[in-house]
Design a protein around this ligand. Sequence first.
Ligand SMILES: *Cc1c(COP(=O)(O)O)cnc(C)c1O
Length: 377
Amino acid sequence: MNIQMVDLIGQYNNIKNEIDHSIQEVLCTATFINGPAVKKFADRLASYNKCNYVIPCANGTDALQIAMMALGLCQGDEVLVPVHTYVATAEAIALLGLEPVFVDVDPDLFTIDLNNIEDKISPNTKAIVPVHLYGQCANMEDILMIAEKYNLYVIEDAAQAIGADYEFTDGRVMKAGTMGNIGCTSFFPSKNLGCYGDGGALLMNNEKLAEKARMIAGHGQKKKYHHEVVGCNSRLDSIQAAILNVKLPLLDKYNKTRGNVAKRYDKALGDILGIKTPKRAVYSTHVYHQYTLKVEGVDRDQLKEKLYSKGVPSMVYYPVPLHLQKAYIKDGYGMGSFPITEHLSNVVLSLPIHTEMNIAQQDYIIESVINAIKELS
Ligand SMILES: *Cc1c(COP(=O)(O)O)cnc(C)c1O
């Protein structure tokens, strides 16, 4: 059986006509940069997310960087960020000369832990970047409360959670990436809404901020050849936008398909000793960018090996916590500084989950996991 973490070829084959046609339209009109497809996509993504402004850019990492530039963060400002995340979240902070201040995560939800967060806040703290890791929102209600109390900006890293819904205690429901000052997302091919190259976007509601972010993404100019601020060149190209215009209307269906796979995994693996299936937060839907087990009864790496030998790929997101990465080591942080993240880096294992998985493949994966754990126990 041929099983992959994601099946982008299978997905393309199912929407080939629409995609090819949409790309062809860009080719025939030679509107490669800032063409109508880009504008159309930005408008549609804004209405999908019920937010006022979407500013497309070149990738999710750029989106984070542009967000921090637009908010006027400057050298020395401290930014709170979960230590269990993809490097891009901290990279954008460090690249601007800001100080990433790492925070441990909830051991079951994998998102930023707010319990000791106030200890980390100093007079230099200017922002917090919650990451909606694996496809489920961080506790935004509490994050927004802390942000208000300490006057911090909130930049959501929604690269893995596009389409997830957050429910506040008063019943309001908002989309991942639209609750803070700015939300950032990525259209990297394997993301839930992926294009066929690099792509990203910023989501926001404030008009002034949107104007600034748009200006920064476009060489710091509002008027061509008149540069008001130092910006960068970060664009979503029209071919990628054309692809996203076909895929955006399918996003809810895709996320639902992922959810159905997750449900089958939950049911089949929920009672297996040695592994824990992912916990769902009460306040968020889960779009299962990853279906991530905690392997605590048997050796995670041995389980990964065994699965691999049966033709079942699996991945570790992420094997080395950020505070132990050479580029991000700093005084006062070392082994033992973030025990939960350190533990997670040894026990997390993500199973294949994507939009084209058939039942036979799911059953084979489930059976392989159960058998491998039996053999290792
Ligand atoms: C993918 C990802 C990014 C970066 O997106 P790129 O488009 O690859 O630059 C940022 N944060 C998280 C959590 C991601 O998963």
